[in-house]
Every structure is written in C-alpha cells, then in structure tokens.
Write a protein that binds this ligand. Structure first.
Ligand code: FAD
Ligand code: EPU
Length: 348
C-alpha cells in the first residue's frame, strides 16, 4: 500500500485545485481498506474514500487520510434472460460502459462518459440521457466500518432518488462501497426519449450508435476536466411546487421544466443562464460559457473563488426566481463534509 504524507490533491480531483491532505493512500484490496481504518496511528484522523474526485470540492486542506479506490475486477454470469455484472468499486465507470457494449452486454450506453469510479455511481445514483444507475442496479456490496464485514444491499435498500441514495444519509461515512451488481436484460430496448437522442432513427438502432451519440453530445457540451477543471453540474436541478412553477411560467413562458412525481423539476442551467451569468468569473473560477450549470477552474482558481462564485449564482437565482439551488458537488472541509450555506455564514 502506497502512503504519501502532506500530499497535493490537485491530480486526484477533477477541479484540479491545489489543496493538500495529511495522508494519501491507494487501496487495492478490501484488506487494505480495513488496515487504513484500523491503523492505530490514524484512529483519531478523519478519513475520506475517494474515487476519481469528479464530484468534490476540497474547501480547505484536509486534515486526515484520503483513500484512493483502486479495487479492480469484473465478473459476468448469465441467466436465461439477463447478464449479471459484478464489478469492483475502483473500476473506471466510462471504461466499464465502453467495455460492456463491446462485449454485447447492452443497457449502459446512455450513461457513457460519466467520469468516476464504479463504486461511486450508487452514491448520487448517477444519471444522464433518461437513464439512472438505479434502473440497472441489482445490488451494492459495502464494507461496514463498524463490523468490518461485507454486506450486500439490494437496490431497494439503497433508497435511490434523483442524485440521492441511502449513502448520502443513514450510511454516510458508515460504509465503503466495494463492488456493485448490474443486471442487463438480454432483450435490449433502446431508450431515446431524452432531448438530443430523439432525432436518432429507431429502426435498426444499436446500443453502439446511442453510445456514440451520447459521447458526441457530452463532448460538445461539457468541458473536459483534463483541459478545464470542473465537477460536472455544480447544482442539482431544483424541484418546486406546481403552484410556484405556474407563477414563474406566467413571467417566463420559456422556462424549461419537467414534471416528476415529487413536483416540477426546473433546468438549473436555464435559470443561471437567464441571470446572464455565463462567463461571469470570481478570481480564476468561471460559470462555463457553454453550459451555465458547470463552474470551471478557468485560471488557477482557489477553492474560495469557486465557493464565492457558487454563492453569487445561488443568490442571483434566488433573487430572480425565488428558488434555492442545492449543490450537487460534495464540499469537503478540513475534517468533515460541509456545504455552501455553512461557508456563506463563515465568509459572508
Ligand atoms: P468522487 O468525487 O471521488 O467522490 C464523490 C463522493 O463519494 C465523496 O463524498 C466521496 O467521499 C464518496 N465516495 C467515493 N467513493 C466511495 C466509496 N467507494 N464508498 C463510499 N463513499 C465513496 N454525474 C451524473 O450523475 N451524471 C452526469 O452526467 C455527470 N456528468 C459529469 C460530467 C463531468 C465533466 C464531471 C466532472 C462530473 C460529472 N458527473 C455526473 C458527476 C460525477 O461524474 C459523479 O458524481 C460520479 O459518480 C463521481 O464519481 P467519483 O468516483 O469521481 O466520485
Ligand atoms: N440550458 C440553458 N442554458 C444553459 C444550460 C442549459 O438554457 O446554459 C437548458 C438547455 O437548453 C436544456 C436544459 O437547460 O433545455 C437542460 O440542459 P441539459 O440537457 O444540458 O441538462 P442539465 O439539466 O443541464 C442534466 C444533468 C447532467 C446530465 C444531463 C443529461 C443534473 C444536475 N444534471 O444536466 O448531469 O448529464 O442532464 O441527462 O441533473 C451531473 O450531474 O454532473 C451532470 C452533468
């Protein structure tokens, strides 16, 4: 197990902002993870499991142990009607999607190019282009940090919601996800209901063609973190009441909205765009020119720059639309997770 002291985290998260941690370790086995959590020298230190760092913002130097997930391995079994994929948590999600299509295990194509580890996918129930992780999840295997035993959670026990799951609530910091199970039907059906996929011709359409279209749309719209640091959508799309929506629609007839069982989901990118915030910067952080929902590290941004820019976006949207945006990106403070509201109180 490789251990680095006072490590720079820039290469371990996609915002690529300079920030340090007390220790950085890469784990390749479940025993490695147990060793880190049970190491007597580190018992009092906070610990943070990290995949590819594509959904985090380190707001301060992390005074603890950052654990990089390198658990690898794939197993495939089949039943009469399905393929069952058992994938170790440290595998790369985009590589898994590409590989599964090449092998003829179809159904993951809409989730192409979402950065991150396989073991992180359940946490916010990753989703794109009309499909969510929950639609394909059979189970999630976790290492319980109290008993140090492996438990298997059914998809139902994961309590998946929009960018949400039990791992953000009751099981937050209680477990490490070590593997997932995915079930893919042998009777593959295309899902092309989401906007940019609707123009595909359904006749003879293949999963590979959907995969390629999704990759193309994503590459056109979203900045590549290898070139421009970012963490994808910075905020979630807010869900508001029907009453609030109807009132807004009178003033803004072009408001982009989708009806959901919980209420009306509004496109946060549209809201931010309407506030004329595209290209607006604080220090080195900028609201992306092509997609207002993405904040980017334009020019050696500090985490404070990103936090101040996020606060500006939050207040402008609140003032114009009376909607409180909630950030999707996880804010990691010096010892624990924090959030924009806490940081705005500290630094108004
Ligand atoms: P990390 O950022 O490493 O971790 C995220 C959180 O999970 C942290 O709190 C971490 O402590 C915790 N964690 C990580 N691994 C474990 C584990 N094994 N056990 C327990 N806790 C753990 N998301 C979407 O849903 N849809 C999209 O279309 C999408 N597009 C994106 C596009 C870009 C360009 C980028 C940069 C991000 C995008 N995202 C999208 C967000 C991101 O890809 C997902 O949230 C992804 O699942 C994060 O994986 P990760 O391994 O990088 O997580
Ligand atoms: N829009 C604007 N201006 C903008 C950005 C968007 O008007 O600057 C409008 C678009 O024209 C469109 C609508 O907002 O009508 C929605 O935009 P888009 O299709 O790009 O999707 P999104 O709501 O911005 C969500 C997810 C993405 C996911 C895409 C595709 C959230 C928070 N984001 O983005 O996920 O890839 O749909 O399904 O739900 C992520 O979570 O990090 C992420 C990138």
């Amino acid at each position: 197990m490789q251990i680095l002291a006072n490590a720079d985290l820039s290469d371990f998260h996609t915002f690529s902002i300079e920030q340090s941690c007390q220790y950085l370790v890469e784990v390749k086995t479940i025993d490695d993870i147990k060793d880190v959590y049970q190491n007597s020298k580190w018992l009092s230190l906070p610990k943070l499991m990290l995949g590819k760092g594509s959904n985090v913002l380190f707001t301060q130097p992390y005074q603890g142990v950052v654990i990089i997930n390198r658990l690898l391995g794939k197993k495939v079994t089949e039943t009469a009607d399905s393929w069952h994929l058992h994938i170790a948590g440290g595998e790369n999600w985009p590589d898994l999607v590409k590989w599964s299509i090449e092998q003829g295990y179809l159904g993951l194509e809409n989730l192409a190019l979402i950065p991150g580890c396989v073991g992180t996918a359940p946490i916010q129930n990753i989703g794109a282009y009309g499909v969510e992780f929950k639609d394909l999840c059979e189970y999630v295997d976790v290492l319980c940090l109290k008993s140090f035993t492996i438990k298997r959670l059914s998809a139902k026990q994961c309590q998946f919601g929009y960018r949400d799951s039990v791992f953000k609530h009751d099981l937050h910091q209680q477990v490490v996800i070590v593997a997932i199970g995915i079930k893919l039907s042998k009777n593959w059906q295309p899902n092309i209901e989401y906007g940019p996929l609707q123009s595909l011709n359904i006749d003879g359409l293949t999963a590979k063609q959907i995969f390629e279209r999704v990759c193309q749309v994503r590459t056109d719209k979203l900045p590549d973190p290898a070139k421009l640091g970012n963490a994808g959508s910075f905020f979630k799309n807010p869900i508001i009441s029907q009453q609030h929506f109807l009132k807004l629609q009178q003033t803004y007839p072009k408001i982009v909205a989708y009806s959901t069982p919980e209420g009306v989901k509004i496109a946060a990118g549209w809201l931010i765009d309407q506030c004329q915030l595209k290209g607006v910067a604080v220090g080195g952080a900028e609201v992306h020119q092509k997609q207002a929902l993405v904040l980017v590290n334009k020019d050696r941004a500090s985490s404070d720059d990103v936090v101040k820019l996020a606060a500006k976006v939050y207040y402008e949207v609140l003032k114009k639309f009376q909607i409180q945006l909630e950030h999707e990106v996880r804010f990691i403070g010096s010892h624990t997770e924090t959030n924009l509201a806490n940081l705005m109180i500290e630094k108004p």
